[in-house]
Design a protein around this ligand. Structure first.
Ligand code: C5P
Length: 400
């Protein structure tokens, strides 16, 4: 979402100024253009040479360029930007911003900026807690500026408390989330099932499968990044969700996943069924651990679980889309097409266990998307990129 975005990065005189390098690197890696404006005190902490090398642009600090006296237009800069980020923002700069004390290039640029402004404070805990700082932050909030709250931890003074500038990756995420809120899937509700299910045999054993949930989680992040409100119904996995627009419901068994999906799908625009749901569960669950000493052999009676995809296919309305996955070992095309019809899906993502690097547990996947019009094959890619391909296809279907 940061691709092509023009960002002014204001740097002020704080130890955390070195972290601005990581912010620049992260923003540029995601395709943004960064123009640094630094205060005189900021230059005591980090050199303009480092910053201009990272941004491939001269760093702006003075009202007039020292070499030829040309005027640095804060007005033009303020209009150029899609966002202005001040990180780190000291108590002094926050105070000047709140009160319009335009005695350096950063503050004049701030006062001219038409774009949304993000402020990441960094200072000692007592300075941060001081009523003066808090009042200034409230004033900035009332102007519509967004404060990226500092974290609690060890400070440059070796004291421990709230005042550490938020980590660069989290600051970048805040900007990314801001831009994705106006993206293609904005206003859409998307339900995703992910991961395996565990079917209890006794209190310590279960029937499960090798699904890691990585594909489903990558899809959830991608949908949220593009503006959707996501409900992620996750089986037992070790993964974390990042985006604040992902609402996660953790379940264990196929029955729990079925119930969560039945509740959620009627109010969703799209259902993406990425979970590797167990097809069978033990008919009865032993109340106590089954002991080997007592049994010569053990027969488990299994009964079929609910097919979540098929059940949602039955209640799907005309304005809803349902996307399924098929992991096949043989007769791939035929099996996938059969599922597309049987489960009333709009399209199905086929991955084969025969392809190296595709399917369960890998960080990569190789897919084909099959719908009633035909089949599209994609090369082996990281699961994040596969998620982008799938969501691009979904957006194309939604917009036609
Ligand atoms: O029939 P099969 O399990 O191969 O179908 C795979 C598709 O159906 C996947 O989208 C999977 O999430 C979904 N499914 C389901 N509930 C089941 C079994 C599969 O939603 N009980």
């Amino acid at each position: 979402m940061l691709k092509g975005k023009k960002i002014i990065l204001g740097i002020t005189g704080s130890i955390a100024a070195y972290k601005a390098c990581y912010i620049i690197r992260g923003l540029i890696k995601q395709g943004a253009e960064v123009q640094v404006v630094i205060t005189p005190a900021g230059k005591e902490f980090i050199t303009p040479i480092t910053l201009s090398a990272l941004t491939s642009k001269p760093v702006i600090s003075e009202f007039f360029a020292q070499r030829d006296g040309t005027w640095n237009s804060h007005v033009d800069l303020g209009l150029w930007a899609d966002a202005m980020l001040i990180a780190p923002a000291t108590a002094s700069t926050i105070g000047k911003m709140a009160n319009g004390i335009a005695d350096n290039m950063l503050i004049t640029t701030y006062l001219s900026a038409k774009a949304p402004v993000f402020i990441a404070p960094a200072m000692d805990l007592d300075m941060y807690a001081h009523p003066s700082t808090q009042k200034n932050l409230d004033i900035l909030r009332s102007y519509g500026n967004r404060i990226i709250e500092p974290a609690t931890g060890e400070l440059a003074s070796h004291l421990v408390g709230k005042g550490r500038m938020e980590e660069p990756e989290n600051i970048i995420r805040v900007l990314d989330e801001f831009f994705s809120a106006s993206a293609e899937l904005q206003g859409r509700k998307i339900m995703i099932t992910a991961g395996p299910t565990y079917e209890k045999i006794d209190p310590v054993r279960f029937i499960g499968n090798y699904s890691s949930g990585k594909m489903g989680f990558a899809l959830a992040e991608e949908c949220a990044r593009r503006g959707a409100e996501v409900t992620l119904i996750a089986g037992p996995v070790q993964l974390k969700t990042q985006h604040s627009r992902i609402h996660r419901i953790d379940v264990e068994s196929a029955q729990e996943m079925y119930e969560a999906a039945q509740t959620c799908f009627p109010t969703s625009d799209v259902g993406i069924l990425c979970a590797a749901v167990a097809d069978f569960r033990p008919e009865t669950v032993a109340g106590k651990k089954i002991k080997r000493e007592k049994e010569e052999e053990l027969t488990l009676h299994l009964q079929a679980t609910q097919d979540i995809a098929a059940s949602l296919g039955k209640i799907k309305e005309d304005n809803q889309l349902l996307v399924g996955f098929a992991l096949e070992t043989n007769d791939e095309q035929q099996n996938a097409e059969g599922k597309l019809e049987r489960k009333n899906l709009d399209f199905i993502v086929l991955n084969s266990l025969n392809d190296a690097g595709a399917g369960f547990r890998h960080d990569t996947n190789k897919i084909s998307i099959i719908d009633r019009k035909g089949r599209e094959d994609y090369p082996l890619k990281p699961k994040q990129e596969v998620a982008q391909d799938i969501i691009n296809h979904l957006i194309a279907v939604l917009t036609h």
